[in-house]
Design a protein around this ligand. Structure first.
Ligand code: ADP
Ligand code: ZN
Length: 218
């Protein structure tokens, strides 16, 4: 049976890094709306042009745009086995749209994992985060130097990781995305994990949470 997985949490919770590892472990395609939007900006497509101003300001891109991206991506053949969604849904409207798309496909449960990290820790992490200019990987927190461990590209600060924009993103998270926890909380396949620990511990907690959420859904 397919597994559809949502990994949510505040910006800087480590969603992207953990999502990369879980997709390898579980052989699920990763669908990151942030990565898709950044790629569209880099390529200068109409989608990129529409999204750029919102992303530069730390605001959310329109629900209709991101829901369209996810709907199309889930229609691709490799998504039959399920997907890991990173950075989507981010609003209750997106979560409702996701429920509708998954109901049409009816291919397996939706497991939602929330990574929890305290606010002060988040600000610190985002202001120190570096990403690879070429492949988009996050730098490991304990990496030395400014070279990507995956492809050798240079590490840079992401355009939306500067202080004003970080504050705006945290505000957007609190207002528009945190309410999603209440939207999902009562479901038997919802779990929270502690994101304020070493990355390998977060991964272990995440894997255990997925396994526990899946018990009783088959
Ligand atoms: P982070 O989780 O570190 O904030 P992402 O890469 O997930 O970063 O997203 C970066 C930006 O892309 C967001 O601030 C927002 O502008 C846009 N974006 C990504 N996913 C969505 C989404 N599901 N809905 C609306 N905007 C999105
Ligand atoms: Zn790289």
């Amino acid at each position: 049976m397919a597994l559809n997985l949502v990994v949510m949490g505040p910006p800087g919770a480590g969603k992207g890094t953990q999502a990369d590892r879980v997709t390898v472990n579980r052989r699920l395609p990763k669908v990151s709306t942030g990565e898709i939007l950044r790629a569209a900006i880099k390529a200068g497509t109409p989608l990129g042009l529409a999204a750029k101003a919102m992303m530069d300001a730390g605001s959310l891109v329109d629900d209709a745009i991101v829901v369209g991206i996810v709907r199309e991506r889930l229609a691709e053949p490799d998504a039959v086995r399920g997907v890991l969604l990173d950075g989507f849904p981010r609003t209750v409207a997106q979560a409702q749209a996701l429920d509708a798309v998954l109901a049409e496909r009816d291919n397996g449960p939706l497991v939602v994992i929330n990574i929890e990290v305290p606010d002060d820790e988040i600000v610190h992490r985002l202001l120190h985060r570096r990403v690879c200019q070429d492949c988009g990987s996050n730098a490991e927190p304990n990496d030395e130097g400014d070279v990507c461990h995956k492809c050798g590209g240079s590490l840079v600060q992401r355009a939306d990781d500067v202080e004003d924009v970080v504050r705006a993103r945290l505000r957007v998270y609190a207002e528009q995305t945190r309410p999603l926890i209440d939207f999902y909380r009562s479901r038997p396949t919802f779990r929270s994990v502690n994101g304020a620990q070493r990355p390998d511990r977060v991964l272990a907690a995440l894997e255990a949470a997925i396994t526990s959420a899946l018990e009783g859904t088959s």
